[in-house]
Design a protein around this ligand. Structure first.
Ligand code: ATP
Length: 209
């Protein structure tokens, strides 16, 4: 469950973002759309604790995220937030499986290989786990990204343009998959996108202007 109240952020004196309040319960998907430059990625980075607002509050499962110290926030992010960024950043020398296992190691010093295999299997990547990321298609790489974000059972999944580099078929597959996984894991899923194809898929939407 993630909620925000009165979030305000500025990169400079001339540009101030005042974001609408967010309320995304467990298991629900919220789509945040808006034209280029309206602050979608900025908002996602605020929600993920990568940027700090000048005003406002963010609560994740009743934790006031902005009251945490930098070290506490790092630990909280690792345990509670899964981020799917627009570009995939893999360790290219490691297999798909090891890239996913590494994410659990970073968060809690556990090498959870069985779970990584099970998530990759759920995502239709069973036959690709021992390949290098560069040997996969873009759509498959995006699914590895999703596996990596889910390995620690995050309360909140934040996805930045997860479908914009995908063709129509893969875009719909990835969007539905993400939403179904969020529901079955009872995570709150927030997708920011300008991908018009997703607009018909989700009931809960906020448009930034
Ligand atoms: N690090 C930064 N320093 C200064 N200004 C920035 C920075 N990052 C983004 N901006 C500005 O903030 C505004 C919002 O950027 P943001 O990336 O959040 O928009 P967006 O809605 O995600 O855009 P797009 O759909 O094009 O990705 C833009 O005008 C951008 O130039």
């Amino acid at each position: 469950m993630i909620t925000t109240h009165n979030l305000i952020f500025s990169y400079s004196d001339t540009q101030k973002f005042h974001f609408p309040d967010i309320n995304c319960p467990n298991g629900q998907t919220l789509l945040i759309t808006g034209n280029s430059g309206t602050g979608k990625t900025t908002l996602l980075h605020l929600l993920g604790g990568l940027l700090k607002p000048s005003e406002g509050s963010i609560q994740i499962n009743n934790q006031d995220v902005l009251s945490l110290s930098a070290a506490q926030l790092d630990a909280f992010r690792g345990a509670s937030i899964g981020m799917i960024l627009q570009k995939s950043f893999f360790i290219e020398a490691l297999s798909v499986l090891d890239n996913v296992v590494l994410a659990s190691w970073i968060a809690n010093k556990e090498k959870n290989k069985e779970k990584a295999l099970s998530i990759l299997d759920n995502l239709g990547l069973k036959d690709h786990v021992h390949k290098l990321p560069s040997q996969l298609s873009i759509g498959q790489q995006q699914r590895v990204n999703i596996a990596r974000a889910l390995i620690n059972n995050p309360s909140v999944i934040l996805a930045d343009e997860p479908t914009s580099s995908l063709d129509d078929e893969n875009a719909l597959i990835v969007a539905r998959l993400l939403s179904n996984l969020a529901e079955s894991y009872q995570s709150s899923l927030i997708i920011v996108t300008h991908d018009q194809r997703l607009k018909t898929l989700f009931n809960h939407q906020i448009i930034l202007s």
